[in-house]
Design a protein around this ligand. Structure first.
Ligand code: TYD
Length: 218
């Protein structure tokens, strides 16, 4: 096995996770790691095409889930698995936790079907189901997230959902975090940006993803 590392960021829309990606990438690179920065849905030409459909077109939850996992499968085969096999650090904005939170908890779609699709898309490997090693979960009250998003940009299909939808999604994330406490790190995203950044660095140091030097002190 290589020492590839699969790190994901999760949270409801407006939780602010994406705003820390540049700094995280820079920090890992400063420590000499090769970083593959990517996102879901997306990360390959095919998956980015599917992303456009998923985020803009109305569709029933099964169609949405199938497209999300189709995009994910292509992303895994083309990008994530080769990167991990090389020993790279994969820094991915969302992964399957988002499907359980948005399609499962948010849209009310059957979690058992999602688990089956997860097996199909992420299974079939000698090492078992492909899962992130660490997931930074940006936890923020849906009401605050909605305020942060208001007027920020033209909302996509999910961002346009009412706050009740995001309450269910937030609960979905909390359930996932409780079920897999080893993998999840809760980040209190209600704090100011600098404090959130400190929390991220503390979590990465604690998990030994960062060495306690070369920029980690900033
Ligand atoms: P997001 O990651 O927030 O990107 P941006 O910051 O560019 O808006 O948007 C992706 C959206 O897709 C987000 O609303 C959550 C949704 N999504 C799902 O519904 N299911 C999934 O499995 C994934 C990965 C994302």
């Amino acid at each position: 096995m290589s020492d590839g590392l699969f790190l994901t960021l999760e949270g409801i829309d407006g939780a602010g996770k994406s705003s820390h990606l540049d700094a995280m990438e820079a920090l890992f690179k400063a420590q000499g790691r090769t970083v593959v920065r990517t996102r879901e849905p997306g990360g390959t030409p095919l998956a980015e095409t599917l992303r456009g459909l998923i985020l803009e077109q109305p569709m029933d939850p099964l169609t949405e889930s199938l497209l999300v996992f189709a995009a994910r499968r292509d992303h895994i085969v083309q990008v994530i698995e080769p990167a991990l096999a090389r020993g790279d650090l994969v820094l991915c904005d969302r992964f399957t936790d988002a499907t359980f939170a948005y399609q499962g908890a948010g849209r009310g779609f059957d979690a058992k079907v999602l688990s089956t699709l997860e097996q199909w898309a992420q299974g079939g490997r000698a090492a078992g189901l492909l899962q992130p090693h660490i997931t930074l979960w940006f936890d923020l009250a849906p009401e605050i997230a909605a305020q942060r998003l208001a007027g920020a940009r033209v909302p996509d299909k999910f961002e346009a959902q009412p706050v009740e939808f995001f309450r269910r999604v937030a609960q979905g994330y909390e359930d996932r975090a409780t079920a897999d406490a080893q993998r999840f790190v809760r980040i209190d995203a209600s704090q100011a940006r600098d404090q959130v950044w400190q929390q991220i660095k503390t979590a990465l140091l604690a998990r030994a993803v960062l060495a306690p030097h070369s920029g980690a002190a900033r």
